[in-house]
Design a protein around this ligand. Structure first.
Ligand SMILES: C[S@@+](CC[C@H](N)C(=O)[O-])C[C@H]1O[C@@H](n2cnc3c(N)ncnc32)[C@H](O)[C@@H]1O
Length: 266
């Protein structure tokens, strides 16, 4: 697939490099457990749902891969107690470096403590530092990833994983229905048969990072589900949340709903 080029000042494809600023994205969307005010509660919805999937329902295994991590680790806070190895992957080098700074506990690393504390409280304790330590030791690698490649993480090769997680990345990278479906099929190759796919999805017209706008693909929840089923998954379960804000008030991101789905690879 060729990477797309942007239109009317909305960035996409190669334009991510040098334009997507990790610190600005983290400040805009992950400064507090409440998340970005324009998303009115989406971040707690995602954290609560991941808590339900990994901690309460007990999704577990040996190895998990995250496709399109961004500069983020929030979606791995629940999972890291249930898997012994996590591989993060991300398109933009600045984002990979932001994760590495946090893993190294660098002085200028993003402060994920408030969000880790939120997840610890869901679990009924306040062992934030212990969870940071667990997450830091469970993330073994942060590798490049490009959903425009059939093998998005090549040249890296890993044995198939027990769980594949992807958050808000397919809708940002894949701007046609065909590419979206192909990307889900391509990434499914990283999962063992019987392994679990977890997708957090927020289809949108665009989203902002500071003053810059990035393209997104706005699809229905039926489409999101059908792409997963067509890629060879079964037992699809879906957590759904409607947008609750008035679209006219949303200048930074325009979305209608978010879903978190899980499915089993056949
Ligand atoms: C909205 S951010 C999501 C980041 C993070 N997963 C989160 O939950 O906040 C979209 C991500 O898609 C990534 N992305 C954009 N184009 C991509 C491509 N061709 N292949 C893989 N990832 C891409 C961006 O680098 C960015 O990290």
């Amino acid at each position: 697939m060729e990477t797309p080029t942007g239109a009317s000042g909305i960035l996409t494809g190669d334009e991510y490099h040098g334009n997507f600023d990790a610190n600005t994205y983290l400040k805009d969307y992950y400064s507090t457990p409440e998340g970005n005010p324009e998303e009115e509660g989406l971040l707690p919805f995602w954290l609560n749902t991941l808590h339900e999937i990994f901690t309460k329902e007990g999704l577990s295994g040996d190895r998990l891969i995250d496709i399109g991590s961004g500069p983020c680790i929030h979606h791995l806070i629940s999972a890291c107690t249930k898997f012994s190895e996590i591989v993060c992957s991300e398109y933009v080098e600045d984002n990979r470096n932001a994760i590495k700074r946090w893993l190294n506990d660098d002085k200028d690393a993003f402060n994920w403590k408030p969000i880790i504390q939120y997840v610890c409280e869901l679990e009924g304790h306040s062992e934030v530092e212990a969870r940071e330590k667990t997450l830091r030791s469970t993330i073994k690698e942060v590798v490049p990833c490009d959903l425009y490649k059939n093998d998005p993480i090549e040249p890296h090769k890993f044995p198939q994983f027990d769980c594949l997680l992807t958050c808000l990345t397919v809708e940002a990278a894949c701007l046609t229905n065909d590419h979206w479906k192909q990307a889900i099929k391509n990434m499914s190759n990283y999962l063992k048969p019987g392994g679990t796919f977890v997708q957090i999805c927020e289809p949108a017209k665009f989203y902002s990072v500071g003053e810059k706008k990035f393209a997104a693909h706005n699809v229905s929840d039926e489409f999101v589900k059908s792409a997963v089923l067509e890629a060879g998954f079964k037992d699809l379960k879906c957590h759904y949340r409607d947008r609750v804000v008035n679209l006219n008030e949303c200048k930074g991101i325009q979305y209608d709903f978010s879903i978190v789905l899980t499915a089993t690879k056949m």
